[in-house]
Write a protein that binds this ligand. Structure first.
Ligand SMILES: NC(=O)c1ccc[n+]([C@@H]2O[C@H](COP(=O)([O-])OP(=O)(O)OC[C@H]3O[C@@H](n4cnc5c(N)ncnc54)[C@H](OP(=O)(O)O)[C@@H]3O)[C@@H](O)[C@H]2O)c1
Length: 512
């Protein structure tokens, strides 16, 4: 049975959007992200007939890999990681248009070869092909690639036309405000902003996009979306996993850089921004950056607005796991935080006096990302709290992962002759309403970049506004070393310091 027959709500959702003939060039094509996300995304777009009829995929990397071998690697990646099985008819369309160019990321001649390769594709096709460069390498080579795209003329192909060259840049976008500014300056010396797509795959998630729909397509929420009705907002991005084999990478990053500065701050911006004047990318991004700039500098003193910690040993999913300092590749004296919590104050008309609490960490009790908006308590005149009345503050929670959906906590009368109340949860789940095999974030994002829609990507000024808030925190933590670093048991909900952050406001973290 077709998905649409089983799930009537699916009807009408498939929106075919025509992208021009495109060649996607992946830098770092032998990497983990390419195999796990990018090639499966391209395959699923092909499966759904969302790619242009003339679509080409070119891998780029330092190792010499023959075209045939690269196709084999791509097919293996689809078999292992795609949400759908590899179908011969789909792959037979994609494989002949898949090729590979070898070269160094800082080697100008390699980019001349790449340009010649794109010329040959166009000559064979007999028409112009939009180049979409996907930089999926470690960040140390972002700048050399961008400079070489400029020097080789690849960045200015079809400049000013709808099929002008475009570039997707992976995270992390800088390690602090200065490096983010430097990277933006390099990008802007080569590309115009509409050519640039800074990725944060969180923005490709259904529930994150749904946030805009919930806020602005329902007249019941927006009138309440301000300090008069909302008392606080909690944003949680919790991971159950530890650092695993990525200790070397994580030691250089930490939770604030890895999660808070990008994903979590984007969630703050989308939750709190003013209604944009349209759904155009620039209108939305203007509002997001305005909101990010309205966040007050954090109090970084003792009993201030931030908390950090590392996980200790503990039990996760019934198994004993080691603490961070005992993990592979971790310095036993490490001062890298695996947990961070922030209390933000937004200094604008809508949000003054409404704290936004953010937390993220590894080895927490369960993997969950949610935005929970807590409303003010009803006046206690009729249903004062007590034995009979378990009055909860209304909470609207957007669950971003896993089990995407939305939950509203309301107070209800327990059936019976006596009037007693109980908070209950009204839930909407994507899985049950729309089916579970929905597109992955990278599918949506690659397609959007192909059609030049930057709505779900981060503009240069947004990255800098977010770093402006986070960079001073990192400076203070780096200067303090291990002093003040807290610990929490793996499998718990985090350190006591983060509880104290809310306790000072007579609040507690939710259990999502
Ligand atoms: N993996 C993920 O789940 C994930 C998630 C979100 C964001 N990202 C971001 O996506 C990008 C790619 O991630 P990844 O996990 O695929 O990285 P990766 O596997 O470490 O590297 C990708 C490719 O880049 C090239 N490369 C590696 N180290 C290099 C170096 N020191 N200098 C020059 N080239 C090097 C290699 O290709 P060749 O040797 O063939 O040149 C490698 O296969 C990173 O910026 C990462 O932060 C990754």
């Amino acid at each position: 049975m077709a998905d649409t027959a089983r799930h009537p709500f699916l009807q009408g959702l498939s929106k075919h959007r025509g992208a021009p003939p495109t060649v996607v060039v992946i830098f770092g094509a032998s990497g983990d992200l390419t195999a796990r996300k990018l090639i499966p995304a391209v395959y699923n777009l092909a499966h759904d007939n969302l790619l242009p009829a003339d679509f080409f995929l070119v891998g780029f990397g330092r190792k010499a890999i023959p075209d045939e071998e690269f196709r084999g690697l791509a097919a293996d990646a689809i078999k292992e990681f795609s949400r759908r099985e590899l179908k011969t008819d789909v792959w037979d369309r994609l494989a002949p248009h898949t090729s590979y160019v070898a070269g160094g990321y800082d080697e100008p001649a390699a980019f001349t070869r790449l340009a010649a390769h794109l010329d040959a594709i166009e000559k064979q096709l007999g028409r112009a092909v939009q180049p979409l460069f996907y930089i999926s390498t470690p960040p140390t080579v972002f700048a050399p690639i961008i400079r070489n795209l400029g020097a080789s003329g690849l960045a200015s192909r079809y400049l000013g036309q709808p099929h002008q060259a475009k570039v997707i840049i992976e995270k992390p976008f800088g390690r602090d405000l200065d490096s983010a500014r430097a990277l933006n300056a390099t990008i802007q010396s080569v590309f115009a902003e509409p050519q640039v797509f800074r990725i944060d795959h969180y923005l490709g998630k259904e529930t994150v996009q749904d946030l805009l729909v919930q806020r602005f397509a329902n007249s019941i929420f927006e009138p309440l979306w301000n300090r008069n009705f909302i008392s606080s907002v909690q944003i949680t991005v919790a991971e159950e996993v530890g650092v695993g084999t990525r200790g070397g990478y994580y030691e250089q990053s930490g939770c604030l850089r890895d999660m808070i500065q990008n994903h979590t701050m984007q969630l703050v911006a989308l939750t709190a921004m003013e209604p944009p004047v349209s759904l155009e990318a620039e209108a939305i991004r203007d509002e997001k950056v305005k909101l990010l700039r309205a966040i007050q500098p954090l109090n970084l003193g003792p009993s201030g607005d931030v908390a950090r910690a590392q996980y200790g040993a503990g039990m996760v999913a019934g198994k004993q796991v080691p603490g961070y300092l005992a993990e592979e590749g971790i310095n036993p004296e490490s001062a890298t935080e695996t947990y961070a919590a922030l209390r933000l104050s937004i200094n604008n008309w809508r949000w003054q006096g409404v704290p936004f609490y953010l937390r993220s960490g590894k080895r927490l009790a369960r993997r969950v990302s949610e935005i929970a908006v807590t409303f003010r308590r009803p006046p206690g005149t009729l249903f004062a709290e007590g034995d009979k009345f378990d009055l909860s503050a209304n909470t609207l929670a957007f669950q971003i992962q896993p089990d995407e959906g939305m939950h509203l906590v309301v107070n209800t009368k327990i059936p019976g002759l006596e009037t007693r109340t109980q908070p209950v949860k009204m839930s909407f789940r994507y899985r049950t309403t729309f089916g579970s095999n929905t597109a992955e974030a990278y599918e949506r994002l690659v397609l959007d970049a192909m059609i030049g829609d930057g709505t779900l990507f981060i503009r240069g000024d947004e990255t800098e506004a977010s770093w402006k808030l986070c960079s001073p925190v990192l400076e203070v933590w780096e200067a303090a070393g291990r002093e003040g670093m807290q610990s929490y048991a793996a499998g718990s909900w985090g350190p006591t310091g983060a509880d104290a952050l809310l306790a000072r406001d007579q609040r507690a973290w939710r259990q999502p």
